[in-house]
Design a protein around this ligand. Structure first.
Ligand code: ADP
Ligand code: MG
Ligand code: MG
Length: 887
């Protein structure tokens, strides 16, 4: 029989590794055993394993004789260590019963303290402690807790009785109640239990103990635990352990106390003890907010200008011992610890330790400091920081001290804070931004036509759309804070006003968005700038040293390219050319090209676009200074560029001298039923090779000019989108090669360049072996590859994907984190087949997934050469790539 109950404290030595294994004894239990093992003062106790919980739940709520025997033996261990007996009428042993899963789980059963008290033992406790009030206060706390969490009697019934007792006696505070008052309340409490349950409060300590053990196990399947597990990806089959531990009392007068502490400041990471404590208090008093807790250290008290003495001042000996324990625990766990302790009559007892939760800023500082202190190595520091948490640090954030006038709330779609004047359409956004005004673009939802306005705005707010809506994805890509799906928001475009909740605002009014929380605020709220040097820079340097994959960025404006380089991008993995086409100055030429009746008409329009495109690429090559740049030729369905309103048709007609009717007829002819699967990607190049020819020419002219001017070697990477067959790529590669040859001849200069393709259709992944005969690189376009593999349109998915994730059909939103099981297979297969044909094939990924840590870990496994992420995700990708390499 495998042991299912492990004792700790009281001098027991463990040779069974299961005792300190979180999986078996849970987080709390294993850490108690660990602390006792290194000689810290831990009240003795025992832990019933998580395995026993799983068995109990599976076998219909039964306890085996073996378990009962093991528990009896373990209880005897506690009795022997403390020299008291459970249920003894003169000097009773009291215990706490605490749940403890593998990870801390707020949904589990609340701790029961002082178990073992009854009408008889309470008198024993009173006489041995010499403190009647303490004994009866402990008893009433026990009845209240046990009845609430084990017996299911609503706790407000007890609180009401307490309130009435206080009122009758004219007391304001719990501490004013005397021993006799508590004695009277205990009578009332037991009467309440009997009335509610139809049977008396259990007097037998054994019955109390088993009732509590059972309640802990049952709480694993309570609704709130299930909800917490679902939200935090915790499997339902882990189970919880039960910890039974001898009580120590922080409520035995002024030489007793209880407290919680962190070994470093969890908010800033500063190396200073941080915590709170209360004299003459028990258990949750510190966090329950009944009394205001006091500062732990003198320095913290003085800084806050608070009066009540710190523990350092009031109990110098116990404090010194505690500080020594902090240092010991940090050395032992090599991490910041979150600690619970109690002082009973000047004697310190440790009740809990675990690695403490911390802000992103603190995580960074602690990781860097601990390497400097020699506590951990660089690899450990890299693994300690959650890459996604860096997001919080890269954007300006709202000053936490500034007041906020909250109007409403939406989804936290893209982090950072933005304040500005409300603008209701993209053109207005651009106009007002050009005048130097900070604006926030507010739309029902956004579309590709709003890009220039989104770019001009400091932040974006939409009434509709989820975390993967157009607004959210584009905003994250641009590093603009965004709050999407603010359902309380309505816009009146005629009156140019909007309503949020019950407040009305008009265009031009100032608002502030917090993209990290989804909060929408009236007026301007002060912000603080991110700190990219310091600890951030140090950790990034270490990450760069330890990673194998390169990190590029998805960017198409010189400003974004610059920013991405500041964030450490080592090239551009995806430079989309269509956003350049939406530019207000060129959209007419683009539309003229699309609506032209024949090649001649198209070439006329393209001739207008050539110098513009060349200038685009020049600027990008200049910023990237010889780093690799992958440029994707035109990709989106043409309808996205077409005029919609009569006014737009009229404007275009004026600009190019073709009648509105003709233009409208052409637009009708171009109508597509399913444009995402229609005339787009390389299909545009196949039917209108002159478009790709113009783009290739612009790329090579720009590259030659910048190379000549700067002396840098520039190796353009020309990428053909949406290829399904080798033949498509072969035809288009020829178009590119011919354009290159012509430019080189004209310039009297040649350059190395690569032609490659995106792998974003399942067929392309399957046929990668053949396609690689024509390609020098593959870039996995996992956004489209996910759409085409799952048969799900990303833009429409917001409506139904969340129930899919809730029901576990997909573990996470497959547009946010790569569907490794499915789409991942195609990536792997494409990589393998491609490399089998051409061993030096460069492989990268350029979907949104290139900035997602789990997807990046997968890319490392498959052996890709680089990942490409939006500028603000570059640091996240650098850290995630290092973690993947170290895993
Ligand atoms: P949680 O996981 O909610 O923190 P805990 O089991 O740690 O629950 O306990 C709740 C409170 O009771 C804490 O303040 C803890 O320190 C205290 N406590 C638990 N066991 C004992 C004990 N044996 N003696 C004194 N206080 C205890
Ligand atoms: Mg605790
Ligand atoms: Mg695509």
């Amino acid at each position: 029989m495998t042991k299912q109950v492990y004792t700790f404290g009281g001098g027991v030595k463990h040779d069974d590794p299961r005792a300190k294994d979180k999986v078996i004894t849970g987080g709390k239990g294993s850490n108690l055993a660990e602390m006792a093992g290194i000689g810290l003062p831990v009240p003795p106790g025992f832990t019933i394993t998580t395995e026993e919980c799983v068995k109990y739940l599976a076998e219909g709520a039964n306890f085996s004789d073996e378990l009962r025997a093991e528990v009896a033996e373990a209880l005897a261990h506690i009795e022997k260590s403390v020299g008291k007996s459970f249920g003894d009428s003169t000097d009773p042993l009291l215990v706490s019963v605490r749940s403890g899963a593998r990870v801390s789980m707020p949904g589990m059963m609340d701790t029961v303290l002082n178990l073992g008290l009854n009408d008889v033992t309470v008198e024993g406790l009173a006489s041995t402690s010499g403190d009647d009030r303490f004994a009866w206060d402990s008893y009433r706390r026990f009845i209240q807790m046990y009845s609430d969490v084990v017996l299911g009697v609503e706790h407000h019934l007890f609180e009401e009785a307490l309130e009435i007792a206080k009122e009758d006696n004219g007391y304001d505070n719990d501490v004013e109640l005397t021993a006799n008052d508590w004695r009277g309340l205990v009578k009332q409490y037991t009467a309440i239990v009997e009335r509610e349950l139809g049977k008396p409060f259990p007097q037998d300590p054994q019955e109390q103990l088993w009732g509590a053990i059972q309640a802990v196990f049952d709480s694993w399947d309570a609704d709130r635990a299930k909800v917490y597990r679902r939200l935090n990806d915790i499997p339902g089959d882990w189970g919880t352990a039960v910890n039974v531990q001898a009580m120590v009392f922080g409520n035995m007068g002024d030489t007793s106390a209880t407290g919680v502490a962190f070994t470093r400041d969890p908010a800033t990471g500063e190396r200073a003890y941080y915590g709170e404590w209360l004299v003459n208090a028990q258990g949750e008093d510190v966090v329950a907010g009944i009394r205001t807790p006091q500062y732990l250290t003198r320095a913290a008290r003085e800084r806050a200008g608070a009066k009540p003495l710190s523990m350092e001042e009031a109990m110098p000996e116990a404090y010194a011992e505690l500080a020594a324990v902090f240092d010991l625990l940090e050395k032992h766990y090599r991490d910041m610890q979150d600690i619970e302790f109690t002082v009973q009559q000047n004697k310190l007892w440790m009740l809990q330790t675990r690695s403490g939760k911390r802000t992103a800023k603190a995580a960074l500082k602690m990781a860097v400091d601990m390497v400097e202190e020699g506590l951990i190595d660089e690899a450990t520091a890299i693994k300690r920081v959650d890459p996604m948490a860096l997001d919080q640090l890269l954007h300006p954030t709202l000053d936490p001290k500034a007041p906020r006038d909250i109007l409403g709330k939406g989804l936290p779609a893209s982090p950072g804070a933005a304040s500005g004047a409300i603008v209701l359409d993209a053109d207005t956004a651009e106009k007002r931004a050009e005048m130097g005004e900070a604006v926030v673009l507010v739309r029902v939802e956004t579309s590709p036509e709003d890009i220039h306005g989104m770019h001009a705005a400091k932040g974006i707010l939409t009434a509709r759309g989820g975390m993967t809506s157009h607004a959210a994805v584009v905003a994250r890509g641009m590093g603009r804070p965004c709050v999407s799906g603010a359902s309380g928001l309505s816009i009146d475009m005629k009156a140019r006003t909007l309503r949020i909740g019950n407040r009305e605002l008009k265009e031009g009014d100032l608002i502030t968005l917090d993209g990290a929380t989804g909060e929408i605020m009236a007026g301007e709220v002060a912000t603080i700038e991110p700190e990219l040097a310091g600890d951030f820079g140090t950790l990034m340097e270490w990450a760069d040293k330890h990673r194998r994959m390169k990190v590029r960025t998805n960017a198409e404006t010189p400003a974004d390219c610059k920013m991405a380089r500041q964030f450490g991008a080592e090239g551009i993995g995806l430079c989309r050319t269509e956003h350049m086409f939406f530019d207000a100055g060129r959209i007419s030429a683009v539309r003229q090209m699309i609506l032209a009746e024949d090649e001649k008409g198209r070439r006329e329009a393209l001739a207008k676009l050539l110098p513009e495109q060349r200038a685009d690429f020049q600027a990008i090559f200049e910023v990237m200074a010889g780093l690799p740049v992958t440029i994707r030729l035109l990709d989106p369905p043409l309808h996205e560029f077409l005029p919609h309103s009569d006014a737009e048709f009229a404007e275009l007609s004026d600009a190019i001298g073709i009648g509105v009717d003709t233009l409208k007829r052409r637009a009708d002819e171009l109508h597509e039923f399913n444009p995402m699967l229609g005339h787009r990607g390389c299909r545009l190049g196949i039917t209108f090779p002159e478009i790709y020819e113009m783009q290739a020419r612009a790329i090579f002219e720009a590259a030659c000019d910048v190379a000549a001017a700067s002396g840098e070697a520039i190796v353009p990477e020309v990428m053909i989108p949406l290829v399904a067959t080798k033949r498509e790529l072969a035809i288009l590669k020829k178009v590119v090669d011919q354009a290159a040859a012509k430019v080189f001849e004209e310039k009297g200069k040649t350059l190395d360049y690569l032609v490659g393709t995106m792998i974003e259709l399942p067929r392309a992944a399957l046929m990668a072996g053949e396609i690689a005969e024509e390609a020098k690189f593959f870039s996995f376009g996992t956004n489209d590859l996910t759409q085409t593999t799952l048969g799900v349109s990303r833009d429409d998915a917001a409506r139904f994907l969340s129930p899919y994730v809730e029901k576990g059909i997909y573990p996470r939103d497959p547009f946010v984190s790569l569907d490794i099981e499915g789409v991942g297979q195609l990536v792997q297969l494409g990589a393998e087949r491609g490399r089998a044909t051409y061993a030096d094939l460069k492989l990268g990924i350029c979907g949104e997934h290139g900035g997602d840590p789990a997807s990046i870990a997968f890319c490392e496994k498959v052996g890709l050469d680089y990942v490409s992420a939006s500028p603000y995700r570059v640091p996240i990708a650098r850290l995630a790539a290092a973690q993947a390499a170290l895993a």
